[in-house]
Ligand binder design. Sequence first.
Ligand code: SF4
Ligand code: SF4
Length: 185
Amino acid sequence: MHDFGMSAFTYLQQQQVIESFRSFANTLLNSLDDTGYFCFESIHCPSCAVAHHSDGRTSCSRSVVIPAIGKPGCSQVIPLEPEFIVHQDGHKKQDCEQMGARFCRGCGYCLPCPEDIPIPTVTFLKVFSMQMPRDQVITEEHDRAVELAKGCSECRQCVERCPYDLEIPDMLKENIRFYESFSAR
Ligand code: SF4
Ligand code: SF4
């Protein structure tokens, strides 16, 4: 019987369902699309997309990116966890889609790491810092995670497991640099 404590993706991996979706060059095709989650004129948050309409109205909306693994010729897809679109570092627009799949969803499918690096904690740091106050970004836990990340041996086991094909060793380096400069500000 299916253990409901296990993630659906892990369960499908164990049942070889994910493997059966490999197609071009033995890769997994991951499609991304976005959809509106809600839109209001009266309330907003720091991560809203703001639209100024020609009739003078201003509306604020939140959207999500919905990833799914598909295969040519197969009418079924495997939906993955949706992700809220947020402002990226140094950008005024919400451009997750233009960035394609180059952002971490924090799903944890890349674990475990042989060097005990808490990968999602580090690859998510930049986005985390945009959503949370500074004292929740600069913490002892994050200090430890960043120190561990410096020991990445680039074995690429995590890259094989990441359903978004992220270049995790590069993202670790990028987030280490970000965290160190953010801490020094
Ligand atoms: S490439 Fe680095 S982060 Fe990924 S599993 Fe290997 S040691 Fe861990
Ligand atoms: S690196 Fe990939 S597998 Fe790991 S948490 Fe981020 S999106 Fe998930």
